[in-house]
Design a protein around this ligand. Structure first.
Ligand code: C5P
Length: 236
């Protein structure tokens, strides 16, 4: 029997709010690939630590939790993604700024990152995977076929988040969001363990002045040049 073909991996890294999640999902759908939202794993770990009273400063406690966390990513009949922690749908709580901050605290620890490494690599399945995060191209999938680094100014990323939250009826301040974006960048880029930086060979795209459609078109062009075949089949 012929050996199974290795799944193709495309990595999309960058700071929070650069549009990675939206774009990665669109590209995964167009290619018929699986999708990994690696930030969700760190967010789930932050939530799980809070629920189980594991200290956010305990590297050992957090890494044990990371290995055994009972999590599930589900697509409902309506096509909506659901994230489930120990049987409970935590999709909303997962996306709050507070959970984002918890995630970036737990993400500082090398043992936590090590514990999540295999869980992330297991998402690579045939025909392929689009992996979104901070260290997808540098650490988790260093041999990826295509590496993208999406970025945008802190002001633009905060303003996108502001519009999203206002549309949800939340009471937020733009200057406070700019501050949060800057402080998360600072902790993600300056930490010792897998700091955020473009992988070697990554194609960098500054999305500050681009719409989602512009970024999608740019990526589809890159995929076409690299010989990727677009598919109508949808997986997640
Ligand atoms: O992408 P998202 O905003 O959901 O990520 C939340 C936090 O998780 C990031 O600010 C970062 O600290 C951490 N993270 C990481 N490595 C990844 C993905 C996320 O350290 N691959």
């Amino acid at each position: 029997m012929a050996a199974d073909k290795q799944p193709v991996v495309i990595t999309i890294d960058g700071p929070s709010g650069a549009g990675k999640g939206t774009i990665s999902r669109i590209i995964a759908k167009k290619l018929g690939f699986y999708y990994l939202d690696s930030g969700a794993l760190y967010r789930l770990l932050g939530l799980s630590a809070k629920r189980h009273n594991v200290s956010i400063t305990s590297e050992n406690g957090l890494s044990a939790l990371a290995e055994h966390m009972d999590i599930n990513f589900i697509t409902g009949d309506n096509g909506q993604f659901k994230t489930v922690l120990e049987g409970e749908d935590v999709s909303r709580e997962l996306r709050t700024e507070e959970t984002g901050l918890l995630a970036s605290q737990v993400a500082q620890f090398p043992a936590v990152r090590g514990a999540l490494l295999n869980r992330q690599r297991m998402f690579a399945r045939t025909p392929g995977l689009v992996a979104d995060g901070r260290d997808m191209g540098t650490e988790v999938f260093p041999a990826a076929e295509l590496k993208i680094y999406l970025t945008a100014s802190a002001e633009e990323r905060a303003s996108r988040r502001y519009k999203e939250l206002i549309a949800k009826g939340e009471d937020v301040s733009l200057p406070a969001l700019v501050e949060q974006v800057r402080s998360r960048d600072e902790s993600d880029m300056s930490r010792d363990a897998s700091p955020l930086r473009p992988a070697e060979g990554a194609i960098e795209i500054d999305t500050s002045d681009m719409s989602i459609q512009d970024v999608t078109d740019t990526l589809l062009n890159i995929l076409a040049v690299k010989g990727f075949k677009l598919s109508s089949q949808v997986t997640n």
